[in-house]
Design a protein around this ligand. Structure first.
Ligand code: ASP
Length: 309
């Protein structure tokens, strides 16, 4: 009997944290759902037409980067100095090729820069001025600091500076974006993009651009993108851990994701992950009250924010 053709699947997140009904106005909630829905539509259009998982995750993450509600691209959080330093990564499951950037300051879509690092350089991770220079040399769209800046993020920086003990305060509502997909060929890919943490300094780098921490893809197991307090995801090597559990223990995606989040929690961290397998199974796991998220497949799409949805 021939194996049935794999069914495409796309799973996205727009960050997690203390996101409760009382905290979002009807307008904020509608805007967030519309942004997630638009990102799912962009990726689904590619996958349903037989396109690749990589193209789909870059397209979906790019839509969320352009949406000022999410902490990636436009709408990125400010550093302590009031600048913007974006981090992003992409990874393909078939080849385990990967590309990432940290501290990029002028590329409109950092996830496209991460893809360019993967496809057009011999390296995996470029940083700061070098990443900016590579971006210009690749002819990627450049924007000034005003493109990224939003009043809401400025206000969050002021709040953080007023009480620096809130460095990891989930009330700041992480808004990192991520996308993972499986295409009809059974290949998976992952993309993650973020401005990092409000008020970050000393060149702080989170988990998002670190392969195996915030982003990982392996056709032998799954593609994963994380969001949350990056320091814990780095120490847990969380996204690689999920793939390792699936490969070596034979766990399914949800079990492996739950265990990885439990491990992050045991270290004191909060956050979430999205997972997709090469046979088109999607899963979420998070230990915060909410996570902006969505899933699409041939059967349709769903968008959710709160933990009880
Ligand atoms: N994980 C990101 C970081 O630590 C933050 C987030 O997910 O919002 O940079």
């Amino acid at each position: 009997m021939p194996k049935p053709a794999p069914r495409w699947k796309l799973v996205i997140h727009g960050g997690c944290g203390v996101i409760e009904r009382a905290m979002l106005s009807a307008e904020q909630e509608a805007d967030a759902r519309a942004g997630l829905s638009a990102a799912l539509d962009a990726g689904a259009a590619i996958l349903s037409a037989g396109g690749t998982a990589l193209d789909a995750v870059v397209a979906a993450a790019g839509i969320l980067e352009d949406d000022p509600h999410f902490n990636a691209g436009r709408g990125s959080v400010f550093t302590y100095q009031g600048t913007i330093e974006t981090d992003a990564a992409v990874m393909e499951g078939a080849s385990r090729n990967a590309g990432a950037v940290t501290g990029a300051t002028a590329t409109k879509n950092p996830v496209s820069l991460a893809r360019a690092v993967m496809e057009h350089s011999p390296h995996v991770l470029l940083s700061r001025e070098g990443a900016d220079q590579f971006s210009r040399e690749q002819g990627l769209e450049q924007v000034g600091p005003e493109w990224f800046a939003t009043p809401e993020r400025r206000h969050q920086l002021d709040l953080m500076k007023a009480d620096e003990s809130h460095y990891f305060d989930a009330e700041l509502k992480y808004g990192t974006v991520g996308a993972v997909a499986c295409d009809n060929q059974g290949h998976v890919a992952a993309a993650t993009s973020t401005g990092g943490l409000t008020g970050k300094r000393w060149g702080r780098i989170g988990d998002s651009p670190l392969i195996g921490a915030g982003t990982y893809a392996d056709d032998r197991a799954a593609a994963i993108s994380a969001t949350g307090a990056g320091e814990y995801f780095i120490r847990a090597a969380a996204t690689h851990e999920i793939c390792a559990r699936m490969r070596m223990l034979g766990e399914d995606a949800l079990t492996a994701a739950d265990r990885a989040i439990a491990d992050v929690e045991a270290l004191g961290g909060t956050g979430g992950v999205i997972v997709v397998t090469p046979d088109g199974e999607g899963a979420y796991a998070f230990n915060t009250p909410g996570m902006y998220r969505g899933m699409a497949g041939p059967e349709g799409k769903t968008v959710a924010i709160y933990g009880d949805e």
